[in-house]
Unconditional design. Structure first.
Length: 305
């Protein structure tokens, strides 16, 4: 059997499994979903051990002062939070705008209104922290225009399902292939362009300090800000008891920076990365520790000139 056929079969199986999980979530109440998320997260960490070594290594480097017991608790809870976020996201097709708003408490609305008055839109930067999907959906339901800049998943069927869920919430989609044109158009229309900027960007990234170590970070948000004069809204979603969420929107303005220089790109990137680190330190179990965030190293660390 050819490699392409096997790939299609695998993608179909993945899609059917995910579809079955989606239908399962529709049978549960929100309370049931949260309990199921706790169970699935515990199973993935404690039994399957999915990327367990990567997670514990990341945590030990980020929090060298914490005991092994505390790091294990944070790690397990991070799996559980990710599972709950995923299940909540799968319920989007069953939720109304009022349902979404009822689950969220917005902080920093004055920052959003300031952006609208300025008329240049905003780059809405976030990380794989809390329920980032619900944050975008909540802002749309509250009347703001939000576009997600998204990459394409390897599995096209899964990719279509994810974007369909977002579209049902009124979120606009900008694909990476149309990134520059789509982002500039959205900002000109005084909209918010949301993108996650907390994963390793390889040699194309800019190295900034993250938990005391250089981390290669995408340059995209900084480039868009410096080109258009749009500010950054740094968004984060903190989980509250009972399935509710605290949506925090912080404003970063860079009117004092002029020109698309490497120094300016680094300053913008460091500014929002520092906010991300601050919120992760406050809620370490909310972040996606499974990614090898510090995989790429600066040339001077590798002994290269």
């Amino acid at each position: 059997m050819g490699t392409e056929i096997l790939r299609k079969i695998r993608h179909r199986v993945e899609y059917l499994f995910l579809l079955g999980l989606v239908l399962l979530t529709w049978m549960f109440s929100l309370k049931g979903i949260l309990l199921l998320g706790d169970l699935l997260g515990w199973f993935a960490f404690s039994v399957l051990g999915v990327r367990r070594k990567v997670v514990l290594d990341n945590l030990s480097r980020a929090f060298p002062e914490k005991s092994e017991k505390k790091l294990l608790i944070i790690a397990r809870k991070s799996y559980q939070n990710f599972a709950k976020m995923t299940l909540e996201y799968m319920r989007f097709p069953r939720m109304t705008g009022k349902d979404v708003i009822s689950l969220c408490r917005l902080e920093g609305e004055k920052n959003l209104e300031y952006v609208l008055r300025k008329g240049k839109g905003a780059v809405l930067v976030g990380g794989h922290f809390g329920n980032w999907e619900l944050m975008g959906a909540a802002l749309v339901q509250l009347g703001y225009s939000v576009s997600f800049l998204v990459g394409e998943q390897h599995n096209k069927l899964v990719d279509d399902m994810m974007n369909c869920n977002r579209a049902l919430m009124g979120i606009k989609i900008i694909h990476m292939g149309m990134a520059v044109r789509g982002v500039l158009k959205a900002l000109r229309n005084n909209g918010f362009v949301a993108l996650l900027s907390d994963q390793d960007a390889g040699r194309d990234g800019v190295f900034v300090n993250f938990f005391g170590r250089p981390a290669s970070t995408p340059q995209g948000p900084a480039v868009f800000v410096l080109k258009t004069g749009a500010p950054i809204i740094f968004g984060s979603a903190v989980r509250l008891p009972g399935g509710k969420h605290r949506i925090i929107c912080e404003l970063l303005s860079f009117d004092h920076l002029h020109g698309l220089t490497s120094e300016n790109i680094r300053e913008v990137t460091q500014s929002y990365t520092s906010l991300l680190e601050r919120i992760i330190r406050a809620y370490p179990d909310h972040w996606f520790w499974m990614h090898r965030r510090w995989k790429s190293r600066p040339l001077n660390e590798m002994g290269e000139k």
